[in-house]
Every structure is written in C-alpha cells, then in structure tokens.
Ligand binder design. Structure first.
Ligand SMILES: NC(=O)c1ccc[n+]([C@@H]2O[C@H](COP(=O)([O-])OP(=O)(O)OC[C@H]3O[C@@H](n4cnc5c(N)ncnc54)[C@H](OP(=O)(O)O)[C@@H]3O)[C@@H](O)[C@H]2O)c1
Length: 273
C-alpha cells in the first residue's frame, strides 16, 4: 500500500498545512472539508485528491469513505476538523454553540474514524516489501495510523472555555478508548494537542467574526504556526510504524501553560557567576 493519508478540515489552517507537508514528503493525500473552492486551490498546489464532506453528516462521511476506498485506499487518517465557538461562561453559554462544538470535534471524529477503519484495516493486510526495515514478528502485515488533533484545551480547562474544553476533553477520551479497543491490531492511535497556534480562521470563528479581538491572543508573542504543527504531526507518521506517540503536547516556548503566556520578547539571561 502506498502512503496515502486522509486529512479532515483540510481547507484552512493546520489541516491545509498538514496536507502540504505530507505532499512534500511524497505521501498521497486526500483532503476533506466543506468548502470546495479552497480544496480545489489546495489540490492545484499539492495534487491532493479532494472530497467535499461535512464530517457531522454520517451519510456524507460514508460516501467519503467509499470514495477513499475506490480511489486507492488509505493507510493514514488525521482527524483535524474542529473548532471553538464562543467564550461565554457556563452560566451564560449558548447550547447551540455547545452542540455544534460537540458535533464537529467529537461526533465528527467518531463518524470519520468509524467509516475509515475498514479502509485502514485493508492497508494492514498488505505486507511491506522485503527490505523495508520491518523484519521480525511483524514483517507479515502492513500498518495504519490514526492521529486526532485535540488541544491543550482538552487537557486543562480555563474560564470561558467550558464548551470547547468539554468537546476536546471528550475527543481526548475517545482517542484513549480507541487505542485500547484497537490493541493487538497494527494500527497506531496518536493524539496531538497544540497550545496557541495562529491560524487565520480559528479565533475569528470563535469570536464570531470580530477581526480585531481575534488578533488579541497573538499580540506581542510568537505563537505556533500551522506549519509548525504540521511538521510535528507528519513527523509522528514518519516514525517507524511500531512507534506510537500516544500524546504529543506542543506549545510555543512563550506559553509555559494554558495560564502562562509570556508577552514581549523572551529575555536571554547571562549566566550568573
Ligand atoms: N488554532 C489553534 O490555536 C488550535 C489549537 C489547538 C487545537 N486546534 C484544533 O486544531 C484543529 C484545526 O484548527 P485550525 O486552527 O486549523 O482551525 P481552522 O483554520 O478554523 O480550520 C478548521 C477546519 O475544519 C474544517 N471543518 C470545520 N467544520 C467542519 C465540518 N463540519 N466538516 C468538515 N470540515 C469541517 C474547516 O473547513 P470547512 O469550513 O471548509 O469545512 C477547516 O478546514 C481543530 O480541531 C482545532 O480545534 C487549534
């Protein structure tokens, strides 16, 4: 099986950067999102096969999985589609926002994983060519990889984050359960939890289009870029297939925790005598 990976939420930000990085390293890619025009532009740039699909729509996800299978299958899946809506407190939160966050970050992840697992399993049935560095007890079968994009918001809660925290904590839990349930199969299940990443749409969507407010979290700090995340993410897929990076937490140096972001230049300190 050629290296072919499905990336959801590929029309912007981390997902688009991930498709670019995989393509640079010679992977075939399948880019999935709702906005066709953006997917088409990404395909022109990277050669990605594109599929327009809303991950919260189970029937559409089933059609997407069929298309993946008949166009070459897949040995990798990145569940990246997701996002945040609002910063209201528990007391003032809007249930519609909470439902939408749960739908895309949790139900969408489950829909795509369930639909593509049979396709990924097909990849594990194909033994690697001799000399591929996989000799030994595991030389007789192929391998597959799943990586879920969660967030440090799925590991630590913060005021105003409850709806998004709850959704990403749930995605973190689902990832752990999936790893347990697939134990014994040659399918690794990984999780990447980034902290502050400056992408063009994430905070803009969260703050309902308020462009000025959306820049505030990134003021006077060097955040991660989508490319930073993509390099680490694709690096996890490039490890030997028996190596499972269960949970990768990735932050900019200036952010030492969810609650501690250093604003202003980092200070190089001379060693005290
Ligand atoms: N930026 C950050 O600071 C940060 C930090 C930690 C974790 N994350 C997580 O990383 C992931 C990517 O974030 P990002 O910053 O790259 O966000 P982004 O630029 O807003 O991208 C989100 C992607 O998800 C897609 N998407 C949303 N709803 C969808 C649906 N129902 N069906 C299919 N695709 C859907 C969007 O495409 P369409 O609108 O075209 O469908 C878009 O491509 C998300 O899961 C986010 O929660 C982000």
């Amino acid at each position: 099986m050629a290296k072919r990976v499905v990336v959801t939420g590929a029309s912007s930000g981390i997902g688009a950067a991930t498709v670019r990085r995989f393509a640079e390293l010679g992977w075939d890619t399948v880019a999935v999102a709702r906005r066709e025009d953006r997917l088409r532009a990404l395909a022109a740039e990277t050669g990605a096969h594109t599929i327009v699909c809303d991950v919260t729509d189970e029937a559409a996800v089933a059609r997407m999985a069929d298309e993946v299978r008949v166009t070459g299958g897949a040995s990798g899946l990145v569940n990246n589609a997701g996002g945040a809506l609002g910063t209201e407190s528990v007391e003032t939160g809007l249930n519609d926002d909470w439902r939408r966050m749960f739908e895309v970050n949790v139900i969408g992840l489950r829909n795509v994983t369930a639909a593509l697992l049979p396709v990924l399993r097909e990849a594990t049935l194909v033994a690697p060519a001799p000399g591929a560095g996989l000799e030994g007890i595991d030389a007789g079968h192929g391998w597959a990889s799943i990586l879920n994009l969660t967030s440090t918001a799925g590991l630590n809660s913060y005021p105003g984050g409850a709806g998004y925290n709850a959704a990403k904590y749930a995605a973190h839990a689902v990832t752990e359960v999936l790893r347990l349930e697939l134990a014994g199969e040659p399918i690794r299940v990984m999780e990447l939890a980034p902290g502050l990443v400056h992408t063009e749409e994430f905070t803009l969507n969260r703050l309902r289009g308020d462009a000025a407010a959306a820049e505030t979290p990134y003021a006077n700090v060097t955040p991660l870029t989508a490319d930073d995340v993509a390099r680490v993410l694709v690096g996890a897929f490039e490890q030997p297939p028996h190596v499972n990076q269960d949970l990768i937490v990735l932050r900019p140096v200036a952010q030492s925790s969810v609650f501690h972001t250093h604003r202003g230049p980092l200070a190089a300190k001379p060693q005290q005598p």
